[in-house]
Design a protein. Structure first.
Lengths: 313, 533, 299
């Protein structure tokens, strides 16, 4: 077990290396001179001034040296300065990271709470109107643009019924929870359809397995069989899918944060694009990637506990 | 205290304050405490050298003292109790209010270890802006600046090479110069803007980028602020902010309120709509030294092809003001009738002008060509309300006369870079308000000079007016400049819009922001009537 | 996002091999027998017709302003009212179908073609090409799809074309991965090994034995990716990173309508419903195609 985990962690290193290289490339792919981009809101600079600033920022050095410096700085937690706010990029990101995590985790919980029962019930009631209804619901789930769904929720629960705040983040714990409801429900829509489908199909698969049939043949009550034998086995693929889809949830969070003015790193990235604050954009992308890599690692390790065969592959 | 007692007390104080109004400034607040929450759409770090931004200056001017503040367009004392100006208008002698202390209880000045703000701090702050050539110090002031000296601890002498007529203009002159402490600048370095420290009525508490800035009352200020706390809440989503304002989640919307909402708030008796009294123009600029823009007839055609006034009225709602020129109604240099004379909707005229220029549709595809090639004009604008609508309106107006206009939507930084390069095309622009704005736009090295707007006669008129202390002849010079700009450049105008902000009525003794946001002065001390909330 | 593709990549390994001709014959019959699929095709047909004949169908020019008639509620003259410039919302909606379908189909078609070609090469020949493609896949998989799309658009500069370019750059990878996995399995099958032993060239093996077997799954995934691309494109346009004003596009119409949400909610509702109907129709077709073409899911 330890060996497997160690191997997974070591395998992660080239990936992290690749991801940082990709973000470094992204910074340098951005057209235009970084100094001019930075200073374009101020007056025009002379050639000499530009050269001096470039020197100060180390932009006159060869790319490999810049890359090494970039990585060493990253290891020190230094991501450079934001052009817009003039504060450290790492500070800006760390300020907002918890908000993004809270939003995505709440959404995952919502997905599980909603999609599991619906998927399982529709598997148990296969072919009935309940099943059809549930699957139609799932199909709508993957077909509705989540951000628009958010706008609709805003329209209904914020403007017409006036039950919930439409936008922003509450300050007191209660206000915070209230302001979290609409964005997290909206974000959960991204995975709801998919997870419902997976829950249904994996439950169906398990129900058709021999031992479940045997248990039934033995005369055990259907309900007991379903919950004692079938459910735990159906859960494994569902959990794998959910954690595997963490990346799409994070991606969706960018849009949803923007729609609801939720102060997470997704909104930071989008706002920074329009402010041409590219260091913030690229480093946010990097943080997103590292989150995905870490979740995947956790997922692999967890999976290995659940299903020890994995280790020997 | 029982609620009833509080109410009686409040009522008593209220009546008393009415009879003594505006006596609240003596430290007697009808109601003490409370948080004043200001909604803004963006917020930048609070370094006066870099924060060329109204809402950020609202915070700066409450954290830092200014030499003077602007109230209803007139300068009133702040850190400078009074000042004298030499006969020729070149020497200003500022008398610094004694006993003003820097905020304490922070990394720079531990609790009780602050020191007095002196004339040397003022000199330091002026030079800090002057020496940093990229700071936002107004160009006209920079051009006239000779020296600033502290003759003693409480006297600053500012010497200029000529008189400065727009010294007190909002957003120009010395209104940028917030007084900062050398110790704080040296301690925080580049991060000063994240940890501002001053001697104003409110102390800086915290700054969460894109979220909020919290200030608390400075108990050592020479006037006791009625408010406990001032919070600037960043709300980039304006429609949502308007809902929050109506719900009382924010007490004052400090940024510009969109037209439709102004109309709604005007009818709401719990709200007060505040007019800044400085209409801002929306217009198109272009690279006037490049063909076909170098021909005034083409610029004329662009202006007459669109129904600017109708577009502006549709987009600005009740904030719309008909007119054209650099200065709007109520501002020095305003010339009436410019719109009708130069920009009236006349597509027939536009088409005949284009025909005259040889820009005609010869291949019959509905679009005009120049020198045998399709004339496709890029229109540079940004992607936030209502810019896309002005773009759509201009593109449509162009289509009606056969001119192909291609929108190029980008962030403001990209647009600035294009303008600095003088790139060929038309630029959507919103002018500054006030006569200082006229200078910044059209003056020597003005904002749009890179597009080829270079005319010695206009420069001379603006230079002269900026140093002319005689109001009547200055007005004449400004009007002459405005008229000449309209006549030779013909920059297509849509009209003006008034800048409105909206507050909830339970905010008392508040008259709105004017670059310096005056929450606590000799005449005003903002308080919140919690009973009305 | 791109969830169908992930979801089905695993199925690829289980693909059964059948003779293509009779397979397609059966599949078509089965497809036509499905109510869902017929509904999907019917709706899509209407949308395609609307997109193609937008000039003829739309009651007004979607870019024509009318300042005497702004912010009108729905009426017989303007089915979903007019916006702040007096443009007819319904006409803009019809023209929006054009952009959405164009984006969905072209992104899907180009990335499928590129992805299938490269995936087949990687899977069949292995070696350095395979290595590079698989490392690229690993790398891209580490980023959330939408985040990477946003970053690429930021690099290219926001515009409709650049957004499509970014989406293609990201989508082909999924197809390459999918096809590579299938080809790896197919390469070891008896008939490929047999054909190789009989001296068939690699090209002919790829075209005669491998691609026909890959095809059904790619068609299913391709149809899902059309729906997916439409959703993502609308989201990016909503953020201002895709279609730029004044283009009549559903996502940017939604972001424009936000200002008028209080007084004219219909302008916020309609483009979303249009997106939903389009995506649903394509998903109906995709589901039916999957049932018809993908043997693993057939009962």
């Amino acid at each position: 077990m330890k060996q497997y985990i160690l191997r997974r962690v070591i395998l992660m290193i080239p990936l992290v290396f690749g991801v940082t290289t990709a973000t470094f490339a992204l910074i340098h792919l951005i057209p235009g001179d970084p100094v001019e981009l930075m200073m374009s809101n101020a007056r025009q600079l002379t050639e000499e001034e530009i050269h001096r600033i470039r020197d100060k920022l180390g932009l006159n050095d060869p790319l490999p040296i810049q890359y090494v410096r970039y990585v060493t700085n990253l290891l020190k937690g230094d991501m450079g300065k934001s052009v817009r706010s003039r504060s450290d990029v790492s500070y800006e990101i760390m300020q907002r990271l918890p908000d993004t995590i809270i939003l995505t985790v709440t959404s995952i919980c919502l997905v599980l709470v909603l999609a599991l029962p619906i998927g399982i019930i529709s598997a148990l009631k296969r072919g009935t109107w309940i099943d059809t209804l549930a699957m139609t619901f799932a199909l709508f789930g993957v077909s509705i643009p989540a951000f628009w769904f958010g706008i609709m929720l805003m329209l209904i629960f914020g403007l017409h019924l006036d039950w919930l705040p439409t936008v922003g983040q509450g300050k007191t714990p209660i206000e915070f929870a209230r302001s979290l409801i609409l964005p997290s429900v909206t974000l959960s829509l991204i995975l709801l359809g998919l997870v419902t489908r997976v829950a249904r199909s994996s439950m169906l698969e398990v129900l058709s397995l021999d031992y479940v049939r045997t248990a039934r043949a033995k005369g055990l009550g259907a309900r007991w069989v379903n919950f004692r034998h079938a459910l735990p086995n159906a859960l494994i693929p569902i959990l794998t899918i959910v954690s595997g889809q963490f990346a799409s949830l994070l991606g969706g969070a960018v849009l949803i944060e923007k729609v609801f003015g939720w102060p997470g790193i997704g909104r930071l990235a989008v706002d920074s694009i329009f402010a041409r604050d590219y260091l913030v954009v690229t480093n946010t992308v990097l943080v997103f990637a590292i989150m995905v890599i870490l979740v995947n690692l956790a997922n692999d390790i967890l999976y290995c506990y659940i299903d020890p065969r994995i280790r020997f592959q | 205290m029982k609620l009833k007692t509080v109410l009686i007390y409040a009522a008593l104080v209220f009546v008393l304050s009415l009879s003594l109004a505006p006596a609240a400034a003596d430290g007697h607040c009808p109601q003490e405490g409370g948080t004043f929450t200001i909604g803004v759409d963006t917020f930048l770090p609070m370094d006066p050298n870099t924060a060329a931004h109204d809402w950020t200056f609202y915070a700066i001017t409450n954290i830092n003292s200014m030499l003077f503040r602007i109230e209803s367009g007139q300068p009133v004392g702040d850190l400078a109790e009074s000042w004298d100006i030499s006969e020729d208008g070149t020497v200003y002698t500022w008398h610094i209010r004694p006993g003003m202390m820097w905020h304490d209880g922070n990394e720079v000045f531990p609790e009780g270890e602050s020191r007095e703000v002196t004339a040397h701090d003022v000199v330091y702050s002026i030079y800090r802006q002057y020496d940093d050539t990229s700071s936002i110090m107004a160009a006209d002031l920079r051009n006239l600046f000779v020296s600033a000296e502290a003759t003693d601890d409480h006297t600053v002498v500012l010497t200029l090479s000529g008189p400065d007529a727009i010294m007190y203009d909002k957003a120009r002159g010395l209104t940028f110069t917030a007084i900062v402490a050398k110790e704080a600048i040296e301690h925080y370095g580049d991060d000063y803007g994240l940890n501002p420290l001053g001697s104003g009525p409110f102390e800086f508490v915290s700054y969460s980028p894109d979220e909020e800035v919290v200030l608390r009352a400075n108990e050592d200020y020479y006037i006791d602020p009625c408010l406990d706390e001032v919070i600037f809440r960043v709300m980039p989503d304006v429609p949502a902010a308007m809902i929050a304002l109506e719900a009382g989640d924010i007490d004052w919307w400090g940024a510009v309120t969109p037209g439709d909402d102004v109309g709604r708030f005007l009818e709401n008796e719990d709200m007060t709509v505040i007019n800044f009294g400085c209409p801002v123009a929306t217009r198109l600029y272009m690279s006037v030294d490049k063909p076909p823009f170098d021909d005034v007839r083409f610029r004329k055609a662009l202006s007459h092809m669109k129904d600017g006034n109708a577009i502006n009225a549709a987009l600005r709602g009740p904030t719309h003001v008909k007119g054209a020129g650099t200065a709007g109604p109520g501002v020095a240099g305003y010339v009436e009738g410019l719109y009708d004379e130069y920009h009236a909707y006349d597509p027939e005229l536009a088409m005949s002008l284009l025909d005259e220029l040889g820009i005609v549709d010869s291949d019959g595809d509905g679009w005009r060509e120049m020198d045998g090639e399709l004339l496709e004009i890029p229109m540079f604008a940004w992607n936030s309300d209502p810019a896309p609508d002005y773009v759509a309106a201009t593109v449509d107006a162009g289509a009606q006369v056969g001119l192909k206009i291609r929108p190029e939507i980008a962030d403001p930084g990209t647009n600035n870079a294009r303008r600095n390069d003088g790139e060929w095309g038309i630029y959507l622009g919103q002018g500054w308000c006030g006569e200082g704005g006229t200078n910044a736009l059209w003056g020597r090295n003005g904002w749009i000079s890179t597009l080829g707007y270079v005319d010695e006669e206009i420069f001379t008129l603006l230079d002269q007016s900026a140093q002319n202390l005689d109001e009547a002849s200055r007005e004449a010079q400004l009007q002459a400049a405005t008229t000449r700009i309209a006549a030779i450049y013909f920059e297509p105008a849509f009209g003006f819009f008034n800048i409105f902000t909206v507050k909830n009525n339970y905010v008392k003794d508040f008259f709105g922001g004017e670059w310096t946001l005056n929450l606590v002065t000799d005449d005003h001390n903002v308080w919140i009537n919690e009973d009305e909330r | 996002m791109a969830e169908h593709i992930v979801d089905l990549a695993a199925d690829a390994a289980f693909i059964e091999l059948t003779e293509p001709k009779s397979f397609f014959y059966k599949a078509t019959r089965q497809l036509l027998g499905k109510k869902q699929a017929i509904l999907g095709f019917a709706v899509l047909l209407v949308l395609v017709l609307a997109a193609v004949f937008a000039e003829q169908i739309a009651p007004y020019d979607p870019y024509k302003t009318n300042y005497a008639n702004v912010k009108q509620p729905p009426s017989a003259a303007h089915f979903i009212g007019t916006d702040e410039l007096g443009r007819d919302g319904f006409s803009r909606l019809i023209y929006g179908a054009r952009i959405s379908l164009m984006v969905g189909v072209s992104v899907s078609a180009i990335s499928t073609t590129v992805g299938v070609a490269l995936g087949a090469i990687a899977g069949y020949f292995g070696g350095a090409v395979d290595m590079i493609i698989m490392r690229a896949v690993d790398l891209f998989m580490a980023f959330p799809f939408l985040v990477l799309a946003i970053a690429l658009v930021a690099v290219f500069g926001p515009s409709l074309f650049n957004m499509m370019l970014a989406l293609i750059l990201l989508y082909w990878i999924w197809f390459a991965r999918l096809v590579r996995g299938m080809v790896l399995t197919l390469r070891e099958t008896e008939f490929v090994v047999g054909a190789k032993a009989a001296g068939a060239s690699d090209i002919s093996i790829i075209f005669r034995h491998i691609l026909p077997n890959v095809f059904p799954v790619v068609v299913v995934q391709g149809s899902f990716s059309v729906a997916d691309a439409i959703l993502i494109a609308a989201g990016l346009s909503y953020l201002g990173l895709g279609a730029q004003p004044p283009t009549a596009e559903w996502g940017s119409m939604l972001s424009n309508a936000k200002e008028l949400m209080r007084i004219l909610p219909v302008l916020s509702i309609a483009p979303g419903v249009a997106i939903m109907i389009t995506v649903l129709a394509i998903n109906f077709i995709g589901d039916a195609l999957r049932d018809a073409l993908d043997p693993t899911l057939r009962n």
